[in-house]
Write a protein that binds this ligand. Structure first.
Ligand code: C2E
Ligand code: MG
Ligand code: MG
Length: 631
């Protein structure tokens, strides 16, 4: 009466799958341990199901005790499977269940009760019994569906509660899917009990789990089969704040240049060789490849990183022999010791990423220690990044205005737009801190766009001419210059608000490391639309006077360090410089004017415009209107 047509192929597929899966490297994280448990339990269910069913068919020839034993084993494995799937869901959703001993015990109670009912069935006959006509279900048999319903309900409860914890949408879909398939399997089992079909449904769920969470490709570098950056992140996430650990990072110098020099294939072979060397020599540590020539060895608290690094460097003194090339590589290293840290995983990952950068820049024999001071600096930057993202996303970037006065009349003539972001606590983050970060991660484009738009809106909504304003300066980062559509973008924004481009002066810093020909090209594009240019921070960098001649600037801003130095100890250099600029046709602005005496010194020298705290600090647009609207 029982049909084996599904259960035997299911077992075969599972065995092949197990052979494949267990042959691959895995990171020792909880979700992987749980998956192994699940696979083993599924194997037990399948084998006991087949054997117990076969025994029940041949009941007449077998001892009754053996029949009870085999059926007990099957039912307990069956209950354990329901629990294991639930426990896997707990791990996917990072629910506190997995850490909370009390809750874990609590959800195990139904499993234990049902197992007890099964074991005692030999006397009570409640769940099943065997008599002279063979195997029979007991009065409580169908309650096994209650157990499945209980664990499924718990799983779906957790899914609805913690769905935001799943990082990828695909993973959320999967957790819903495999739980639905389990429910479906239980229904099919109830309707067609003799077909032994539920195991096949469970195998389907296992395959979904494998494809969504366990696929080793997710955690392995494809060409080298070393754990990748995702594996490092997930492993660190799991041990962070629970264990003390040490990470030794080392980075191949000039990796990208060497890739061009030696060829991609040869370099990949080199990475494989290094991976093999590390695996062979550092058996107690985990080896990760973070991409771009960056390796990490993660060990226990007492990992002797100094000797290890020394050995690694010594190995790198000799070449790595790829198929048809000999690679000469050099490395720099950094170490991070994590003990009793209470850092969020995001911060730890930022520290690691910066650690790799530091390692890449170092060519010292000794390893760089990523100490508390460096960690605090990185965390500070991560916080700034977060505030910046937040401000951009919620349109909360503020633009302040600082007046620029005519040195002859002392009257307001222009203003500089300076961006500001505020933390939730109200604390201001200086652009000196967030602009370099925004330039690094590309967000400066959004910052620039928002500042530009707010300035245009300000001009449209206020009678700027009546305030005395003839122009407003907007700072432009060299990164923004890289965008080929910058002229078009600014022009259409100005047009949208009915602002004459003539009114906007774009400040670019003298430090800009951008290629001169590109600079000239982009400036010409913007000039042709009517925008003007100011050279910012003159004297801070390498004072490139040729650039001044080649580019269409109308104003030069003397950096405040130059102004302050002169005011402290006047000399001939600055007046001559100002004189030259004047003759070249530039107007000149002195930044950082903090008192009347400085203002007079600059005015006497021929500086045409003055900006500084002596006149006003940068103020919000609202305060600016309040201060100057009546004038
Ligand atoms: P910057 O363009 O040279 O701006 C002048 C800086 O000097 C401003 O600092 C201003 O507050 C400060 N300052 C003005 N007068 C005085 C003074 O009398 N004494 C002192 N001690 N400081 C004075 P802030 O606002 O912190 O901006 C720093 C830099 O950040 C700016 O230097 C500019 O390079 C950059 N920045 C600000 N906003 C933006 C922006 O929207 N886009 C870009 N790309 N850069 C920006
Ligand atoms: Mg400026
Ligand atoms: Mg400046």
């Amino acid at each position: 009466m029982w049909n084996f047509s599904y259960v035997i192929p299911t077992l075969l597929v599972l065995v092949i799958f197990m052979g494949y899966y267990f042959g691959l490297p895995r990171i020792p994280i909880r979700i992987n341990h749980t998956f192994i448990m699940l696979v083993v339990v599924e194997f037990l269910v399948l084998t006991t199901d087949i054997v117990a069913t076969w025994a029940c068919i041949n009941y007449a020839t077998l001892p009754v005790g053996l029949l009870y034993l085999l059926n007990d084993a099957y039912f307990i494995a069956f209950f354990l499977r329901a629990y294991s799937f639930f426990y896997f869901t707990v791990n996917v959703l990072k629910s506190s269940f997995s850490y909370n001993q009390k809750r874990r015990v609590l959800v195990l109670v139904p499993f234990c009760v049902f197992s007890l009912v099964v074991i005692t069935s030999v006397w009570t006959h409640l769940f099943f019994y065997i008599d002279e006509t063979g195997y029979h279900s007991g009065v409580l048999y169908n309650t096994l569906y209650l157990l499945i319903a209980f664990y499924s309900a718990c799983s779906f409860y957790l899914i609805t509660r913690h769905k935001s914890r799943v990082r990828r949408k695909r993973e959320l879909n999967s957790v819903v899917w495999y739980n639905l398939i389990l429910v479906l399997g239980a229904i099919v089992r109830y309707v067609f009990p003799t077909y032994l079909l539920m195991d096949t449904f469970c195998l389907m769920s296992l395959i979904i789990i494998y494809l969504s969470y366990e696929n080793p490709d997710f955690y392995l570098e494809p060409r080298t089969w070393i754990f990748n950056s995702r594996a490092l992140r997930e492993y660190v996430e799991e041990i962070n704040n629970k264990k003390n650990y040490t990470v030794l990072m080392f980075v191949i110098h000039n990796y990208n240049d060497l890739r061009d020099l030696y060829g991609i294939r040869q370099m990949d072979q080199g990475i494989c060789l290094i991976g093999d060397y590390l695996r062979k020599h550092f058996k107690d540590e985990m080896v990760f490849y973070y991409g771009n020539g960056r390796f990490a060895l993660l060990g226990k608290e007492d990992f002797d990183y100094e000797t290890s690094y020394k050995n690694i460097r010594e190995r790198f003194d000799s070449s790595w022999k790829a198929d048809d090339a000999e690679l000469f590589l050099e490395v720099g290293g950094a170490v991070l010791k994590m003990s009793e840290n209470k850092l969020a995983i995001e911060n730890v990952m930022s520290i690691l990423s910066e650690g790799f950068d530091l390692a890449g820049e170092s060519d010292e024999d000794r390893v760089i220690i990523v100490d508390k001071e460096i960690q605090d600096r990185i965390i500070g930057q991560t916080e700034i990044k977060k505030s910046l993202n937040n401000a951009i996303e919620h349109d909360q970037l503020k633009v302040y205005l600082q007046p620029i006065v005519n040195s002859a009349t002392g009257k307001l003539e222009g203003a500089e737009a300076l961006s500001r972001i505020f933390e939730d606590s109200g604390k201001m983050i200086s652009p000196a801190l967030f602009v370099p970060i925004a330039e690094k991660n590309g967000m400066i484009n959004q910052v620039g766009d928002q500042v530009f738009e707010q300035v245009c809106r300000f001009v449209k909504e206020n009678n700027v001419k009546a305030m005395g304003l003839s122009w407003i300066n907007v700072n432009l980062s060299p990164i923004q210059f890289m965008r080929s559509d910058i002229a078009e973008k600014f022009y259409s924004c100005a047009k949208k608000y009915g602002v004459d481009p003539d009114f906007i002066h774009l400040e670019i810093t003298e430090e800009a490391l951008i290629d001169d020909s590109l600079l000239v090209k982009q400036m010409q594009a913007l000039s042709s639309k009517g925008f003007h240019f100011v050279l910012d921070d003159y004297g801070k960098g390498y004072s490139n006077i040729t650039r001044l001649r080649n580019c269409p600037f109308i104003n030069v801003k003397l950096d405040m360090s130059l102004v302050w130095d002169y005011c402290k100890k006047p000399d001939e250099i600055l007046p001559n410089m100002v004189n030259t600029f004047g003759k070249m046709g530039f107007s000149i602005t002195a930044e950082g004017i903090e008192n009347q005496q400085m203002a007079e010194l600059m005015a006497d020298m021929g500086v045409t415009h003055l900006q500084g705290y002596h006149f006003s600090k940068p103020v919000s647009m609202k305060d600016f209107v309040n201060d100057y609207a009546k004038e």
